[in-house]
Structure formats: structure tokens, C-alpha cells
Design a protein around this ligand. Structure first.
Ligand code: KG4
Ligand code: ZN
Length: 381
């Protein structure tokens, strides 16, 4: 029996809704990015994010459902819409509201309930609960990190999930940097992580110091393409000493990173040697990026060497980084595992990964889902 799920995602600064059939077939995907709202502040302002979700989510959901109806009606499969609306927020008025008939193809509503910003999560969760109750559809609570791992299976060329285990997953975004051992579907063991700043945060902070603007990851990626890393400028690669008090549970120190020293080291460098023009900025950006990429690639290499994996799955906004993609491909080839990268449109936050994961049977289901609270520090279990 096919299962068509509406996914809703508002954990940070993207307002997203998507309709996915049978966990992998994206029928519609709408993402409204708030980047331009946060740009003047150089980072996500929770209050602004939350207000914007309240304003945009109804229109984003309507649009995703409307597009899914168009897609479902065409049997050739060519009219499926998986668009990303960046700065063209859908508006909600009486013309864009869905009819009850539009909802008839949706079997369940899935929503991110953590981790993320409390004030942002709450908006999507409240909307999803309201829809589930009003439409008498089941509600499924989804872990955002778990969904980033599932995002690799939304690509057309991806293998079937059941052929990919055991897999090693790297989730790298603005809020998370995790290395996860996934022996079978739905079983997760975090074996490495950042002990302070996430990789995306390290990119964002460096871009600010270099005057490259926000968001920093894409800006550093672009700048770094214009120059080679400077041989005389080596940034620390976030090594974590054995016995570090934050390395607990199943974490392995050799698979953990600490990126806060990297940013300090850039700050000290720029204080002593202010950048001399755009060429110098590019070279410094390339050196800095190399430190982050090398740190991540090295942790993946170590984990692959010590485990028996079939695939390396990589998701999250930072996985858009061109240099990281190249290095991870080298690592995967060297260790004879298949590299599964999320398609660019599913690397950053989106709702297709939420609906997709819900379609695999994962997530919090049944009456308890309706009692879920937004859980900002939800762990991966
Ligand atoms: O997954 P995401 O959209 O949102 C979170 O869940 O955080 O990731 C956003 C992060 C930002 O820190 C951004 O700077 C980073 O992903 N990012 C990149 C690139 N594109 C986005 N980092 C490095 N290189 C990129 N090309
Ligand atoms: Zn994310």
C-alpha cells in the first residue's frame, strides 16, 4: 500500500513543507529561506525566525499540497514539482487555501519536533497538530538529524536504504556536526561529534571575520575557489585529547572535533596580519576551509577504517561544500565504500527529508505524537 505524507519543517530558519510518497518519491517540496531576514544581524535571530515561520508556514503548506495535487493527477510522473522557493514567499489568502479534496491524497502529517530552536520548532509542531486533528490524519514526530541522514535516499540514483547498511553517517550543518554509526534502519550510535562549534558555525564565524558576509559557508566556498590554501598558513584541525571531559557515552575522542580554537586562531592571525586585499582573503579562506574539510575527512576515514561499512552518507548544509565533497569521495574510494551525498536541494533544511523519513516507519507515532513538545536538544537514539 502506498503512503503519501505531508512533512513540515521549521526547526531553524527555513520554513518548509513537502509531500513525499513511499519515503523516497518527492511529489512537491517548498522551502522558504529566511536568509535575507537574518543577514543584517550576521546570524539567525530566534525571535525573527519564529515570527517569520508564523507568517509564512500556512502559505508554504498550501503551496506544497497544491503542487502535490497537480503532481499526483499526472500519471506520467513528469509533472512532479520539487521546487525550492528561496525569496519568493508564498502568500496565504482565500485563493490559496486548500480544499478538503486536496487533502484526500495525504495519509499522514509528519513534523520536526527537535532538535532546533524552541521558538521555531513550536510553530511547525502547532500547525501539524492542528492539521492532524482537523483532518483526522495521524501525526508523526520526526527527529531532524535522523531526517538529514535519510535525505541521501531522496536522490534518484541512491541505492535502496536496505542495501546501504551498515552505514556511517556524517551530518554537518550550522547547528550540528555528528558522525553516526547506523548498523540497521532506525538504529543510531553517535561515535563522534563536535565538542563546541558546529562546522557550519565555524564557516559562518570565519566569514564574518573575513568580511565575506552571511551565510558564511557558501561565501568561503566561493572565495576559496579563487586561491590555493597558503602553505605557510596552517589552522588547527580540531584534535580532541583522550580523556576530554566532554567525550562521554559512545563517543570516541579520535572521531570528535573541536572547532572553537580554529576561529580563535583566525582571529589572532588577522590581528597580526590583516588581510591585504581580496586575493589574500581568498587564500586565507582556502586555508581555513582546508582545516575544516581535512578535520572532517580524517574523522570519516578513521571511522571507516575501524568499522565494516557499506556506505558513507553525508547530509546537512555544509555538505554543499565543493572541497568537502571532493575529499569525502577520495576517502570513500580509498576505503571501498559507496559515498551517498544528498542532492544539493536536500542538503540544507527541507521538509522532503521529514516526510521521507516518516514514510520508512520511523518517528513518534500514535496518540503520544499529539502530546509531543518541541524538544530543542532532542538526541539521536
Ligand atoms: O543544514 P542547514 O541549512 O541548517 C542547519 O540545520 O543548520 O545548514 C546551514 C549551514 C550554515 O552554517 C551555512 O554556512 C552552511 O550550512 N553552508 C555551507 C555551504 N553552504 C551552506 N558551508 C560550507 N560550504 C557551503 N557551500
Ligand atoms: Zn538541519
Amino acid at each position: 500500500m502506498t503512503m503519501t505524507i505531508l512533512g513540515i519543517e521549521t526547526s531553524c530558519d527555513e520554513t518548509a513543507a513537502a509531500v513525499v510518497r513511499d519515503s523516497r518519491e518527492v511529489i512537491s517540496s517548498v522551502v522558504y529561506s529566511q536568509v535575507s531576514l537574518h543577514q543584517p544581524y550576521g546570524g539567525v535571530v530566534p525571535e525573527i525566525a519564529s515570527r517569520s515561520h508564523v507568517e509564512k508556514l500556512p502559505g508554504v503548506i498550501s503551496e506544497a499540497v497544491r503542487r502535490s495535487v497537480l503532481g499526483v493527477q499526472c500519471s506520467d510522473g513528469k509533472s512532479k514539482v520539487a521546487d525550492v522557493c528561496q525569496d519568493a514567499p508564498p502568500t496565504t489568502d482565500h485563493r490559496t487555501l486548500n480544499t478538503l479534496a486536496d487533502w484526500s491524497t495525504i495519509d499522514a502529517i509528519a513534523v520536526t519536533y527537535g532538535p532546533g530552536l524552541a521558538s521555531s520548532l513550536i510553530v511547525g509542531l502547532a500547525a501539524a497538530k492542528g492539521l492532524a486533528l482537523r483532518l483526522h490524519k495521524p501525526l508523526i514526530g520526526i527527529n531532524h538529524i535522523e531526517a538529514h541522514i535519510h535525505s541521501v535516499f531522496l536522490s534518484a540514483g541512491a541505492p535502496m536504504p536496505e542495501e546501504s547498511y551498515p552505514l556511517l553517517a556524517l551530518v554537518v550543518s550550522g547547528g550540528h556536526t555528528l558522525l553516526v554509526d547506523v548498523p540497521r534502519p532506525g538504529a543510531y550510535c553517535v561515535i563522534g561529534q563536535t565538542l563546541d562549534d558546529a562546522a557550519g558555525e565555524a564557516f559562518d564565524k570565519a566569514a564574518q571575520l573575513l568580511g565575506l558576509g552571511y551565510p558564511g559557508g557558501p561565501a568561503i566556498d566561493r572565495a576559496a575557489r579563487l586561491a590555493a590554501p597558503r602553505q605557510d598558513l596552517k589552522f588547527p584541525q580540531g584534535r580532541v585529547r583522550v580523556g576530554h571531559h566532554l567525550v562521554t557515552c559512545n563517543l570516541r575522542p579520535e572521531l570528535c572535533v573541536s572547532f572553537s580554537g580554529l576561529k580563535t586562531s583566525l582571529m589572532v592571525h588577522l590581528r597580526n596580519h590583516p588581510a591585504q586585499g581580496p586575493g589574500d582573503v581568498s587564500a586565507i579562506a582556502a586555508s581555513y576551509q582546508e582545516a575544516i574539510v581535512s578535520a572532517l575527512a580524517e574523522r570519516c576515514d578513521r571511522a571507516l577504517r575501524s568499522g565494516n561499512y557499506r556506505c558513507l552518507a553525508v547530509g546537512g548544509g555544509v555538505s554543499l561544500n565543493a572541497r568537502l565533497r571532493v575529499r569525502l569521495l577520495e576517502v570513500a574510494e580509498h576505503r571501498h565504500v559507496r559515498l551517498l551525498l544528498a542532492e544539493p536541494k536536500y542538503c540544507g533544511d527541507n521538509a522532503a527529508m521529514i516526510a521521507g523519513l516518516a514514510g520508512t516507519g520511523c518517528g513518534v507515532r500514535g496518540p503520544v505524537a499529539l502530546a509531543l513538545d518541541a524538544t530543542p536538544s532532542l538526541a539521536l537514539q
